[in-house]
Design a protein. Structure first.
Length: 93
């Protein structure tokens, strides 16, 4: 019984056969099924939605005095547009 091996012994690892005439393919590296291309596409989409939501929220709350004073008045070139001063005739004191 010199040519037989025990059933519990590990078998030799064989490489998968690849034909020289078949398609050349590589498996894309991924993490949890997310490839670099898919992650980049998702990141750019989320960045676009986040930027537009932030822009909307900033100008939606633009009439709130603290937002106008602390954020919008400090934007270069257009900050002067958001500075509002009360005329002396409207001041009750």
């Amino acid at each position: 019984m010199a040519g037989t091996t025990a059933p519990w012994a590990s078998q030799k690892a064989y490489r998968t056969y690849r034909s020289a005439y078949g398609p050349k393919y590589k498996i894309q590296p991924n993490i949890g099924g997310w490839t670099i291309k898919a992650t980049t596409k998702l990141g750019l989409t989320l960045a676009g939605f986040g930027a537009s939501a932030g822009f909307f929220a900033l100008f939606f709350f633009g009439e709130v005095p603290i937002v106008r004073k602390d954020i919008l008045s400090k934007v270069p070139f257009i900050g002067e547009r958001f500075i509002r001063e009360i005329p002396a005739s409207d001041n009750p004191f």
